[in-house]
Every structure is written in C-alpha cells, then in structure tokens.
Design a protein around this ligand. Structure first.
Ligand SMILES: Nc1ncnc2c1ncn2[C@@H]1O[C@H](COP(=O)(O)OP(=O)(O)OP(=O)(O)O)[C@@H](O)[C@H]1O
Ligand SMILES: [Mg+2]
Length: 297
C-alpha cells in the first residue's frame, strides 16, 4: 500500500506553495489596515452583530475609514443591519469589491453571495460531528478569503463579527497574528456571563492580542414616555467580571427597541439616534476603542 511518503513531493498539488502564496496575500492585504478588532462572545444572541454594526458606523461618523467582516457564515446578519443587502458583488483587478454602506463602511459577508433569503449555506457531512468540524473549517476558510481576497484599500479599522462560541479562537490566532484586540459582548444575566467568562479565559490565554474591554448590552430599559431608566436584570455582575479579569467595562448599552427596528430597516441606530442614551453610549464605547489604540502608539 502506498503511503504519503511514497508520493512525489506533495503529490503534485503544490500545496505548500499554495499555502505560502495565500499567507503572503493575506499579509500584503492587511498591511494597509491599521487596527483589526474582533467582536466576540461565548453566547449567541447577546447583540454582537448589533454592536459591531453600530461601532463600525460610529467609527465612520468620527471620520475613520472602516471595514466590517461578518465571520458568521451560517447566520450572517451584518449585511441586512448595515443596509447593504442585495448589493451586487463586483470583482476588481485585485479581488472582490466590498459592499458599501450608506455611511461609507465597507462590508463583506457570505450574505452578499447567497441568491435569496431562503438559501442557507449548506454543510454536506455524513454525521453531526463531521458537520460541526466542517462548519468550523469552512468558517475559517471564508474568513481567510474575506480578509485576503477583498479590496479593502486603506483602512483605519477592520471589525470582525465572530460567530458565537469560543472554539474558533485558536484558528483566529493563525489567521491574524497581528490582531489589535478583542471586544467582548455580554448581557447582564448570570447565565450569559458564565459562558462569556469561558471565552474571556480562552481569549486571554490563546490570542496574541489584548482584550480591549467588555460591552454590556441590554443593560437597562429606557422608558420612551418619561425617559426614566430601569434595570432589566440585577446589575453589578458585569462590573464584577471586569474586575475579576482586570479589563475595562467600555460601556453599558440600554435596551432600546429602536436598535432592533433600525437594524431591520437597514438604518444605523447611531446615525439616526445619536442623542439618545444608547446612541451616546455607542459613541462613548467607540471613543474608548480609539483611545485604546492611540495610547498604544
Ligand atoms: N440594546 C438592544 N436593544 C434592543 N434590541 C437589541 C439590542 N441589542 C440587540 N438587539 C436585538 O437583539 C437581537 C439579537 O441581536 P444580534 O443579532 O446583534 O445578536 P448576536 O449576538 O449577533 O446574535 P448571534 O449570536 O445569533 O450572531 C436582534 O434582533 C437585535 O436587533
Ligand atoms: Mg450575530
């Protein structure tokens, strides 16, 4: 029986050269990106994509050149939230041209390649376990291609909306050795924080990049009639978690139904409702992130 040792070199596929070429392309592409920031959370549905879309737009409104990658290829939502759904993808001389949001943010998402709302990204695998492994591999390949094959041009910030779960973090290290930092999103419930703590431990151990801070989402409810703020969950857990991990709490975003309504309509909340409590907190978090990188320079 033949083993891989009997094959001439790499079997003729020139795989080593292909991998080297791809790594070089990734490095060249990211050379014109100043800061790469991953938005993560161990928990699903806590508002990662909403936070990513609004922070990217707020950075744009502060005058920066910004790009966003939706790394959740199984449930992409950034394109809709940022109002670029349905834009045609064009191919330039040097790669794929990203979609452009009404506020000028460059967006790349699997959503832009799906032909209609009902089309899922299919994982053909024999077993559930295979499907899981295959999905993780596909996600990282898609992220690699979004990073290296997109004509990002010169960017001040590239934000990456990661899918829920911390199991993809080890691959992220290989892909982005120069990751600038991570922002961790949580909601104030103890159950969410239990899961988020695990991701924080993993991020601190594995990633060659600092945790910029935690964002607490859906922290409180602002009454549309009287403007009074009421807690939705018992407060204080996020502060405790920040202390425990010695990281900053960047801001506490209240629950505001207009965040959801604006996203469904493809309008940016931070643009439409700048002067609301949630709008101001989004800008506050944005400025914390800017200061984090300014301090490093
Ligand atoms: N502060 C908020 N106030 C009101 N609605 C919010 C807020 N944050 C998020 N939402 C809504 O909650 C839902 C989930 O948010 P989102 O999709 O951003 O979460 P996610 O963490 O990215 O989810 P997933 O894990 O599925 O990727 C969305 O409908 C969004 O509009
Ligand atoms: Mg999401």
């Amino acid at each position: 029986m033949k083993t891989y040792k009997d094959l001439p070199a790499d079997g003729g596929s020139n795989i080593v050269e292909q991998v080297t070429q791809q790594a070089n392309r990734l490095q060249q592409r990211l050379a014109s990106v100043r800061h790469t920031v991953a938005i993560m959370s161990g928990k699903g549905g806590v508002g990662k994509s909403s936070v990513t879309a609004n922070l990217a737009s707020a950075l744009g409104l502060r005058g920066h050149n910004v790009g966003v990658i939706d790394a959740d290829i199984n449930g992409p939502s950034i394109a809709k939230m940022m109002g670029v759904r349905g834009q045609r993808i064009d191919y330039g001389a040097d790669g794929v041209k990203p979609a452009l949001s009404p506020l000028g943010v460059k967006v790349m998402s699997m959503d832009l390649f799906l032909k209609d709302d009902e089309t899922p990204v299919l994982w053909e695998a024999q077993t559930q376990k295979d499907a899981f492994t295959w999905r993780g591999t596909m996600e990282m390949s898609a992220l690699r291609e979004f990073l290296s094959d997109t004509e990002w041009g010169t960017l001040d910030y590239l934000l990456i909306d990661l899918p829920p779960g911390a199991d993809r973090l080890p691959n992220l290290v290989d892909l982005l050795p120069n990751l600038g930092g991570t922002v961790v999103v949580t909601i104030p419930s103890e159950v969410s924080q239990l899961v988020v703590k695990k991701s924080l431990t993993m991020a601190k151990k594995l990633l060659n990049a600092p945790v910029i801070g935690i964002v607490e989402n859906m922290a409180a409810y602002v009454c549309a009639g009287c403007g009074k703020t009421e807690d939705l969950f018992p407060s204080g857990h996020t502060e405790e978690m920040a202390r425990q991990f010695d990281i900053s709490l960047l801001g506490k975003i209240p629950f505001d139904p207009r965040i959801s309504i604006a996203a469904d309509e493809g309008n940016m909340f931070v643009d439409q409702y700048r002067d609301t409590p949630a709008g101001q907190i989004f800008f506050g978090i944005t400025d914390e992130i800017r200061m984090f990188f300014e301090r490093k320079m």
